[in-house]
Structures are given as structure tokens and as C-alpha cells.
Design a protein around this ligand. Structure first.
Ligand code: ZN
Ligand code: ZN
Ligand code: ZN
Ligand code: ZN
Length: 227
């Protein structure tokens, strides 16, 4: 069976479309990234370890983020970031683990320097009922100065996965939760078919947003980075 191509992403510095495995290579030559690094180096902030993280939905590899996090920041900063960009519906509990359910919990007060090492994979669990599971892989570390006051920088992010209307095959912008959970369909709808759509048990069709939690526990975005 032919493998589905990986969902590409966008460089957060210059907007270029890049593959998931080409992120590091692109960042090394991205002029906008180089500018940001140069101005960070000229700042009076202290040098520290900066961790390159690959964040990915544990079950849907179309959703991924590359982040850089300062070594002095604690894991609760990463939790807040993930909530803002992907997860937050109604303030559920969350935790970091090594190994997921039944694995080892890693406290949110831990600083990234005290736990991260290249190759480590943490699993983040958000909402202990209808859980969103997110893997955080430590890709690399470098010594440098943070590029701003914030502990986390978005390096790259997956593009919105392509969706086609379940009725007509045209590009879709809407999701019907009833179809998704009760009719065994994708639930994706174009503008025309969203308007005519008969289901409203779980509300009208919602706009597709760039998050793996869309439609879970009523999550409908905004799926924007917090800063
Ligand atoms: Zn770039
Ligand atoms: Zn919820
Ligand atoms: Zn349609
Ligand atoms: Zn429907």
C-alpha cells in the first residue's frame, strides 16, 4: 500500500512550506531565523541551554509543532503553551509522563534542564476523561540566548490537514460532530453542504481549526499560539 505523504508545515520565521523531517535543515539556513539569532546574541540576556522539541499528537501524525524552550523554564510553561495552541476546552487536569498512562509522572514544576536530554520523549496527557495525548521529543540542545522574554518559541507548525467534503469532494471548512461520532463518516463539509446539513444534536457544524482536539469535548479552537 502506498504510504500517505507526511503533512508538511510552515516555518514560523519566514513562512516557507517545509517537510517535517526538513525542519532543522531549513532553520539552519533560514535568513529570518538567522536574523533572530543574531539579535538574541546581541541582547543582555544570559546564555543558557535551549531545547529543540518536536511535539506531535500521539495518534495523528498530521499534527506537529517544533518548539524551542529555555532550560530555565519549568514544564508548566509547556503545558500552558500546549493548552493555548491545541488543547484547552474547559480547564481539565493535565500531566507530563514518561510512558503515558501507567508510566512515570514528571512534575510540572521541574525545570526543563533537570529532565531533558536528547532523545527523551515525554507524553503529555490533557483531560483524564476524553484524553488528548501528545508526545514531546527532545530533538537537540544548543547554548545561546533566548530570543525574547517568553520561555517558548514556535519554530514550525503543521499546515492545516487537507479536508474534503464527505458529500461532494470539494475542499471542506466545516466539521459535523454527529457525522464524525455517530455516522462513521469524516464529518468534513464544504460551505454549501454545511449550510444544508441536517444534524444539530451536538450543535451546528464547526469551523475546522488546526488542532488534533477539534470536536473532542466540544473543543472548537482558536488553536492559536499564546505569544
Ligand atoms: Zn524560514
Ligand atoms: Zn472539556
Ligand atoms: Zn460539499
Ligand atoms: Zn452530520
Amino acid at each position: 500500500m502506498p504510504r500517505r505523504p507526511e503533512n508538511p508545515g510552515t516555518c514560523a520565521y519566514c513562512g516557507e512550506i517545509i517537510t517535517k523531517r526538513g525542519v532543522s535543515k531549513h532553520l539552519d539556513i533560514c535568513p529570518k531565523r538567522q536574523e533572530a539569532l543574531a539579535s538574541a546574541a546581541a541582547s543582555s540576556r544570559p546564555e543558557e541551554t535551549l531545547w529543540h522539541l518536536r511535539v506531535q499528537d500521539a495518534y495523528d501524525k498530521d499534527f506537529w509543532l517544533d518548539l524551542e524552550m529555555t532550560g530555565s523554564a519549568s514544564l508548566d510553561k509547556l503545558d500552558k503553551y500546549l493548552r493555548a495552541i491545541w488543547l484547552e476546552c474547559c480547564g481539565h487536569l493535565s500531566k507530563f509522563t514518561i510512558g503515558g498512562w501507567g508510566g512515570m509522572d514528571v512534575g510540572e514544576a521541574r525545570k526543563s534542564d533537570s529532565i531533558f536530554e536528547p532523545g527523551l520523549v515525554l507524553r503529555h496527557l490533557y483531560d483524564f476523561g476524553t484524553t488528548s495525548e501528545t508526545d514531546i521529543k527532545v530533538v537537540a540542545a544548543r547554548q545561546g540566548k533566548a530570543s525574547g522574554k517568553q520561555p517558548i518559541v514556535l519554530l514550525a507548525r503543521n499546515q492545516m490537514p487537507k479536508a474534503v467534503c464527505q458529500e461532494c469532494g470539494e475542499p471542506a471548512r466545516w466539521l459535523c460532530i454527529d457525522c464524525l461520532y455517530e455516522a462513521d463518516k469524516t464529518g468534513h463539509l464544504c460551505d454549501k453542504h454545511a449550510e444544508e446539513h441536517p444534524h444539530e444534536d451536538n450543535g451546528e457544524p464547526m469551523l475546522l481549526v488546526n488542532s488534533p482536539r477539534l470536536g473532542v469535548c466540544g473543543y472548537d479552537g482558536p488553536a492559536e499560539p499564546p505569544y
